[in-house]
Design a protein around this ligand. Structure first.
Ligand SMILES: *Cc1c(COP(=O)(O)O)cnc(C)c1O
Length: 406
């Protein structure tokens, strides 16, 4: 997918627009699969919350991926996209027992991350196989300062609670078929990840009927050239070795599972917006675009850095800009960013816009959510229409104050 394609798409479908490159998604999937080619039973469960458009889910299903979900709605989207229920894992946090029971009826693999629900679920459904999410509480030593699943995290069952967990399993007679961890942090230090894996293996030894071990995700992707990223190939080599020797010791060949979101879709996505106005102030030059944090909230929410290119005039002289949105409160995408000289009407492309961008978009300021386009087989395919005025009013109930009785 080239920048000319992006400009053409923005002209055809209007701006702002999200564009996803299917080839990049497939490439990342293959890269991860190849890194673990030593493993006989490998499962990649795409984390749907990163980008949950039905056509993206269908693409994942077509590639042979499974699905990691965090809500019953994501499970239903997965089923609608054609996933076999057995290939959907449901890993919620803080949801009700009722929702978990409903998902059980849909046939997805249940993953439970607290003892209270585990005890209630086990008492009511002792025959339903359940995976448990542990929190390994791993802290990197020295000055690397990378923490994995810290002690005050709300996720997972603490490994210090294993004795209590075992008592629940024994008393209910429930069947634990998987152990899971998802630490949530960017994995830069592979040794730290491998250390957390050892804790997963140690936990696994307590259970006789396991079918899979799920190592979650948290792979770091590059945001700009030369950026540090998880060395997937090195991780594959080292973790496969440990996994295989664990399976030998355990006495059975287990499935090794991952659930990447960012790794599969982050770099595949580009967000294209148009520059409405160039505003010189005494301190900076603002480039104001026809979008805002209502469409791409990550820079404002947690300071994520998206590369920004001027795709209309890429050859211009490099100048410093503050790129801002049209939302009526502070709405900054980037400050002091070097970009090829921008003219009003130019299209800017934001990189790494595949994961947690559209899925976090809102109608704030009563703006429409953008269209989504999939670049597949060298062609642009519209996979979501831009919203319109009707969409803003959908589900609102208009009162007629003249007819309200006293
Ligand atoms: C969000 C999430 C993921 C995906 O994380 P990435 O960093 O996008 O790869 C995987 N598993 C669970 C349980 C999640 O909540």
């Amino acid at each position: 997918m080239k920048d000319q394609n992006l400009s053409a798409i923005a002209n055809e479908f209007g701006s702002p627009v999200y564009v996803y490159d299917a080839e990049k998604i497939m490439f990342q999937h293959e890269r991860l699969t190849n890194a673990f080619s030593e493993i006989a039973k490998l499962r990649i469960n795409y984390a749907a919350k990163a980008l949950s458009n039905i056509s993206i889910l269908k693409l994942m299903n077509k590639m042979g991926s499974g699905l990691d979900t965090v809500s019953i709605q994501e499970v239903k989207l997965g089923l609608k996209a054609g996933f076999d229920p057995s290939k959907i894992i449901y890993t919620p946090n803080g949801v009700s027992l009722e929702e978990i029971e409903e998902v059980t009826k849909l046939g997805a693999q249940i993953n439970i991350d607290n003892l209270s629900i585990l005890e209630q679920f086990g008492a009511r459904h002792p025959k339903v196989p359940v995976c448990i999410r542990i929190n390994p509480h791993v802290m990197a030593g020295g000055n690397t300062n990378i923490s994995v699943g810290h002690i005050d995290s709300k996720f997972g069952i603490s490994i210090h609670q294993i004795p209590h967990l075992l008592r629940i399993v024994e008393n209910t007679g429930m069947n634990i078929n998987g152990i899971h961890m998802h630490t949530g942090s960017d994995i830069l230090d592979i040794e730290v990840f491998l250390y957390a894996s050892e804790i997963l293996f140690d936990t696994a030894k307590h259970f006789k009927d396991l079918e899979f071990l799920d190592f979650g995700s948290g792979f770091k992707v590059p945001y700009k050239e030369g950026d540090i990223e998880t060395n997937i190939e090195e991780l594959g080599e080292k973790l496969s070795k440990k996994f295989k020797s664990f399976c030998e010791e355990y006495g059975r060949e287990l499935t090794l599972a991952f659930e990447p979101g960012k790794f599969l879709v982050s770099e595949a996505g580009q967000f294209v917006a148009k520059v409405n106005v160039i505003k010189q102030t005494t301190s900076t030059v603002f480039a104001g675009i026809d979008s805002g944090f209502n469409h791409l909230i990550r820079p404002m929410l947690y300071g994520s850095r998206h590369e920004i290119r001027n795709i209309s005039h890429p050859e211009g002289k490099q100048r410093f800009y503050s790129v801002v949105g049209y939302i009526c409160e502070t709405d900054t995408f980037a400050t002091n960013r070097r970009i090829s000289e921008i003219k009003e009407g130019d299209f800017l492309a934001f990189s790494n816009a595949g994961a947690y961008c559209f899925t976090m978009a809102s109608n704030y300021n009563s703006r429409y959510r953008p269209a989504e386009v999939l670049w597949y087989n060298e062609k642009a395919h519209l996979i979501r229409e831009r919203e319109d005025f009707e969409d803003l009013l959908r589900h609102q109930v208009e009162m007629n104050f003249d007819k309200v009785e006293a």
